[in-house]
Write a protein of this length. Sequence first.
Length: 156
Amino acid sequence: MPNREVHRLIGMVASAIQMEPHLDGFGSIGQVGLASGALLGGYYASTLPDVIEPASSPRHRSSAHSIALLALLVHACKDHIPSWIAVSRAAAWDAGVRRLSASRCSPEWYSAGLDEFLNGFAAGALLGAGTGYTSHLIADSFTPAGLPLLASDAVT
């Protein structure tokens, strides 16, 4: 059974892989934000199922570890998160344009740079959280206990 550190490593690697195609369209500061958010989101969300349902018994897996939730997360990561990332990408791009048109080291320059980073970070954190949680469920599905379809009837 994968432990916390294995889940975190898998979550970060999976998030990095998922993040790479989304780098285009972000400026350099937005790309740093996207990468930071994706890695942190993957790191923390990859242990979230065991925070919600701690391993207090061999049959601890219930709805937070279910195949139904896995299907819902895959659907969200595939169909919805890319459009949310596009919104953040557009906002980060606008901030990058503002930063480039501002006087170097002026308050506007720093403000626009922070805005660009935070928009990238928000997009990355969302992507990383979905990917990290999903990676946890996929890793747990390969254990002998597997995953319940909806919820386990014996959660203790």
